[in-house]
Design a protein around this ligand. Structure first.
Ligand SMILES: O=C(O)CCC(=O)C(=O)O
Length: 297
């Protein structure tokens, strides 16, 4: 299948975009899962969350979007079809609906992380619920730059809220970005930034493919089903494929860490979130990369 990654057309699966591997068969062996995480920089756990709960959350979100007149009125609501030129929707309120919380704060997630951390887990209060429109995608970045002020064991969980094919906009992981020596300069420069403190662009690049061309590693993605989850740490580079369909891609990314460790205050207990919004003079990534001695296009 031909899909788009950033603004480049690529084949999936193919030489430049491979398939994520499922670590679900390793459950409940936490030692094996830690080893796999250290090796790959991510864990894909298929069917971790009860699928019916995810279906319910999806329906609740789409009915809310329908009421907000964000969907095409004459298409079935559950398909999430956007009108021509439809771009996005304000998702903040519906992220905290009980049906959605039942998925993004699922007992399955708390139980998994309690076993994985060997102690109770907590999650950030802030939820990144996304309705990604046609031609939209996420550029490549480390999550550290957005939320790195607390525990070093902070993990992202990416949760598809629909059955999502690769041309609909799926999470892509750059395997090797967390541990390959060829990424060490990126980790030591960009990977120590804080968008609010440093007033810098968050995305390392809008062209994810340039990363593997210049630094190595490999991009991986997959077809996702409701119930799947992808877990990764703060220094795993990730992005998304481009949504080429006329349907919103729904997903939520949330964060989990050991409850006993400090949490980034921006995202918990009524914290302010990002403070950099509205600042006009953000340092462009091209300029920062040149200063760090990293290749720029
Ligand atoms: O879903 C996306 O497009 C981006 C997700 C992401 O950046 C994340 O999970 O940290």
């Amino acid at each position: 299948m031909n899909i788009r990654f950033g603004y480049r057309d690529v084949a999936y699966p193919g030489d430049f975009l491979g398939a994520l591997r499922d670590s679900q068969p390793l459950l409940p062996d936490m030692h094996a899962l830690h080893t796999r995480m250290a090796e790959d920089g991510y864990l894909l756990l298929r069917g971790l969350i009860d699928r019916q709960k995810v279906q319910q959350a999806r329906a609740t979100i789409l009915h809310y979007m329908h009421e907000q007149n964000v969907l095409t009125p004459d298409a079935p609501v559950l398909e999430g079809v956007m009108p021509k030129g439809g771009r996005g929707a304000k998702m903040r309120r519906i992220a905290y609906h009980d049906d959605v919380l039942a998925v993004i704060q699922a007992t399955e997630l708390f139980d998994f992380f309690a076993a994985y951390f060997g102690e109770p887990a907590r999650t950030f209060d802030y939820k990144w619920l996304r309705a990604v429109g046609n031609e939209q995608y996420t550029g490549a970045h480390y999550d550290f730059v957005y939320m790195g002020r607390g525990s070093a064991k902070l993990h992202t969980v990416w949760i598809p809220l629909g059955d999502i094919s690769v041309d609909h906009g799926t999470l892509a992981i750059c395997r090797g970005s967390h541990n390959l020596p060829s990424f060490s300069r990126i980790r030591d420069t960009y990977g120590r930034m804080d968008v609010d403190r440093d007033g810098i662009d968050g995305w390392f690049t809008k062209d994810p493919m340039e990363i593997v061309e210049k630094f190595g590693g490999e991009w991986l993605t997959g077809e996702f089903l409701m119930g799947d989850a992808v877990l990764f740490g703060m220094h795993t580079m990730h992005a998304s494929t481009t949504n080429l369909t006329n349907r919103f891609r729904l997903s939520c990314d949330v964060r989990y860490q050991p409850a006993s460790e400090p949490a980034d205050h921006r995202w918990v207990d009524g914290g302010p979130g990002h403070t950099v919004h509205g600042v006009k003079d953000l340092i462009p990534m091209e300029k920062a990369r040149a200063q760090w001695g990293l290749p720029v296009d």
